[in-house]
Design a protein around this ligand. Structure first.
Ligand code: ATP
Length: 217
């Protein structure tokens, strides 16, 4: 079953065409890796799917419905976008990890947060850490946990391991794998050769979004 489908998507900024007539589908439960040269439009594709920007023409479907017609708040809870540079807010780690509960008017489940922190090798006391004191790798782990406290249907990962050291990278891979095993569809953009080598389903984005599908496994 297709969960996301792009149909004849164009994206223009002024007179410049960033994506030209792009069409492809993503199957429910897939782990898709988008690769391609810098500037080809990979991040733009993720932002379009996340509905952070809108196509100049063409349509993006989620379970067969045009995403422009869906409730944006509900859609963003189901289709999460994670930036290369993690965006944290407030003062502490707890401020960030409580947020998914607050927007749903739910009580914070500290046991759940504790177990998520454990998966990414961070102790429970980490909740009280000030975000300014975190390393880049720790910030990315906190940002990723925040996006999966309530498991999304689709997780869009925009070079989330770029700049992380080997250990942080491994921990983030473990987390992403566990989210995927629980049924979330993953779409990642990466330039990392080790990630590309193990990727089963690869879509190469050429200039202006022309695609070339590869399957490693
Ligand atoms: N809002 C914008 N205004 C002007 N140009 C833009 C805008 N958004 C994207 N672009 C341009 O569109 C092209 C594609 O950008 P995008 O970030 O999607 O590429 P990418 O394939 O993700 O590149 P990288 O691998 O370097 O991250 C780039 O040339 C970029 O400069």
């Amino acid at each position: 079953m297709t969960i996301i489908e792009l149909k004849n998507v164009n994206y223009q900024v002024g007179k410049r065409t960033i994506l030209n007539n792009l069409s492809f589908g993503i199957k429910n439960g897939d782990f898709l890796t988008l690769i391609g040269p810098s500037g080809a439009g990979k991040s733009t594709i993720l932002k379009l799917i996340a509905n952070l920007i809108s196509p100049s023409s063409g349509t993006i479907f989620y379970h067969g419905s045009d995403i422009q017609k869906l409730d944006p708040i509900k859609y963003r809870r189901q289709v999460m976008y994670c930036f290369q540079q993690p965006v944290l807010f407030g003062k502490t780690v707890k401020d960030n990890l409580s947020f998914p509960y607050q927007i749903r008017n739910k009580e914070v489940d500290l046991a759940r947060l504790d177990s998520l922190l454990k998966i990414v090798d961070l102790p429970a006391e980490f909740l009280n850490k000030e975000i300014n004191s975190l390393s880049g790798g720790e910030k990315q782990r906190v940002a990723l946990i925040r996006s999966i406290v309530f498991l999304p249907k689709v997780l869009l990962l925009d070079e989330v391991t770029t700049g992380l050291d080997g250990k942080s990278k491994e921990i983030v891979h473990r987390l992403i794998e566990s989210v995927h095993r629980q049924g979330t569809t993953i779409v990642q953009v990466t330039h990392d050769q080790s990630e590309i080598q193990v990727a089963k389903n690869v879509l190469e984005i050429k200039s202006r979004g022309l695609v070339n599908e590869k399957c490693n496994g």
